[in-house]
Ligand binder design. Structure first.
Ligand SMILES: [Zn+2]
Length: 88
């Protein structure tokens, strides 16, 4: 049976089914008896699912006009006179 270290090191192989079939029963047995690794694998599975489903997985496309608009807004807010403390 694999150790906890084996489970965490090869967790993504197990989930991606890149693991040889003859290694899988050892994984199942370990996950049956070890709550920590079960939680770890579940977290890993959720993470992989979330990343795979996320529309933001690809780098965001930023339009030049949007950047110029943001720069313009920043310039305008910088021009505004700051509230100076009154001299007493
Ligand atoms: Zn374990």
């Amino acid at each position: 049976m694999p150790s906890c270290k084996d489970i965490t090191e090869h967790g993504s192989d197990y989930l991606d089914r890149h693991m040889p079939w003859w290694k899988r029963p050892g994984y199942w047995m370990h996950l049956l008896v070890c709550v920590h690794c079960r939680r770890y694998i579940e977290q890993l599975r959720l993470t992989i699912e979330t990343i795979g489903r996320s529309p933001d997985a690809a780098p965001p496309v930023v339009k030049t006009e949007e950047v110029q608009q943001i720069v313009q807004q920043l310039k305008q807010s910088a021009k505004k006179p700051a509230n100076k403390p009154r001299d007493i």
